[in-house]
Design a protein around this ligand. Structure first.
Ligand code: NAD
Ligand code: 13P
Length: 413
């Protein structure tokens, strides 16, 4: 039979780390996966830093990042000091990278996903499946959507979500962590029905019939899914677990795609608040208060806008919920940049530019998007911490205002 081919769309700090993980596993499970993993790299010219072990050999002139990754097996800009497996291939062409791939792992900052999907539309296998590792939400005039559902509907494929307490650098150094993968595949995917006749010479023997499927909110999905042909190994929880689980990266499989996606997105807003109070010089009690209130607002948001499917336990019991909230509010980039912004009297985006060497924060954009979504619906009142973070970012409130802003709600209840 055929084997699944895996492509990672994105190659930043987390994109490179996830690529390392899956390339280690595709080498191990050759009955399920093609060993070679493609990683799409947004191409740029990079000078290898002088403290890199490759600096002497590489010289000081700029080189293409893909060339550096393929030659030295290291992403010297976004994941320096970590050796990547040699079956991981950096590819500057997004279309070439996804060619023939049945498993697409979306892992890039959420501000760039729309443009990536525009290029991929109609250019991927119709029966490909996706996993979104993106932490953010998509807000439009129609409301709020998850990247898992948004990518799925845009590309007409099914997309699950991976999210957890996963600071990339720790995992790249193979320090133990947990993660949560939500995948609720179309029922026809893993049935071993005989493959119907080909309807497309370019794609081969597949059934291009569309199969009905429910989206992450339990509604009939707008995406037109094509079942995975029977020659491929079933793409079920067991198969995905083999792709992502490592001795240092423990995977819990669940079905609540909306809860897992929302946890990863909303905790970034709370991590900014944690950075603000720490930067103000307040202690651990203040940070714990922000995390408690933030978790309540995350649960409230999930129940109010994704209530058909979201389970409270996803926020309170999984790595994608409370554990990610804690790690992100301790050592995440959103936390660190927010803290420094208050300490130095700068804006968070100024600190992001100065400190992150091209890495991108997700919390600032998410705070603005969530705020505009809630504001349009006249629902800010029940989300005082999310509102306070937005107001501090735009200069309408101070850190000192947080206690009175958030305590109003508790007194009302
Ligand atoms: P990152 O912050 O390292 O971002 C930089 C990436 O963006 C680089 O690969 C760069 O090439 C790319 N880029 C820059 N301009 C671009 C453009 N115009 N078009 C396309 N790509 C462009 O990225 P990351 O840390 O890999 O984050 C990806 C996602 O993973 C985010 O949603 C983030 O929240 C999530 N995440 C990150 C971590 C972490 O610790 N870094 C952990 C878990 C989840
Ligand atoms: P930051 O993007 O704030 O670094 O958060 C990383 C993360 O998602 C940890 O799970």
């Amino acid at each position: 039979g055929k084997k699944h081919k895996v492509t990672v769309v994105g190659s930043g700090n987390w994109g490179s780390t996830i690529s390392k993980i899956v390339a280690e596993n595709t080498k191990l499970y050759r009955d399920l996966f093609e060993p070679e993993v493609q990683m799409w790299v947004f191409e740029e010219d990079v000078v290898i830093p002088s403290d890199s072990k490759h600096a002497a050999a590489a010289g000081s002139s700029p080189q293409k990042l893909t060339k550096i990754i393929n030659q030295y097996h290291e992403n010297v800009k976004y994941l320096p000091g970590v050796t990547l497996p040699d079956n991981l291939i950096a590819n500057p062409s997004i279309l070439d990278a996804v060619k023939d791939s049945t498993i697409l792992i979306f892992n890039l900052p959420h501000q760039f996903i729309r443009n990536a999907c525009k290029q991929l539309k109609g250019e991927i296998l119709p029966f490909a499946r996706g996993i979104s590792c993106i932490k953010g939400v998509n807000v439009s005039a129609d409301g709020v959507s998850l990247f898992s559902e948004w990518i799925g509907e845009d590309l007409d494929i099914y997309v699950g979500a991976l999210s957890g307490a996963n600071i990339a650098n720790e995992i790249a150094a193979e320090k133990w962590s947990e993660t949560t993968i939500a995948y609720d595949p179309p029922t026809m995917d893993n049935s071993r029905a005989p493959t119907p006749r080909s309807t497309s010479p370019s794609i081969g023997t597949v059934d291009l019939a569309e199969i009905p499927h429910k989206d992450a909110r339990g509604r009939a999905s707008k995406s037109k899914l094509t079942p995975i042909p029977a020659e491929y190994p079933p793409l079920d929880h067991g198969c995905l677990r083999k792709l992502f689980h490592r001795p240092y990266f423990h995977v819990q499989m669940v079905s609540d795609v909306a809860g897992v996606s929302l946890g990863g997105a909303l905790k970034n807003v709370v991590a900014l608040a944690a950075g603000f109070v720490e930067g103000r010089g307040w202690g651990d009690n203040a940070k714990a208060a922000v995390m408690r209130i933030g978790l309540m607002e995350m649960v409230r948001f999930g129940k109010e806008f994704f209530g058909e499917t979201v389970q409270t336990g996803t926020f309170t019991e999984t790595s994608a919920g409370v554990a990610d909230l804690i790690t992100s509010s301790s050592g995440g980039r959103n936390f660190r940049c927010a803290k420094k912004a208050i300490e130095k009297g700068l804006s968070v985006s100024e600190v992001e530019k100065q400190e992150l060497n091209g890495q991108k924060l997700q919390g600032t954009l998410t705070a603005f998007e969530v705020h505009s979504f809630l504001s349009t619906r006249d629902r800010l009142r029940d989300y005082p911490l999310f509102t306070a973070v937005n107001d501090i970012l735009v200069g309408k409130a101070q850190v000192d205002d947080i206690p009175s802003l958030v305590s109003k709600l508790d007194h009302d209840e």
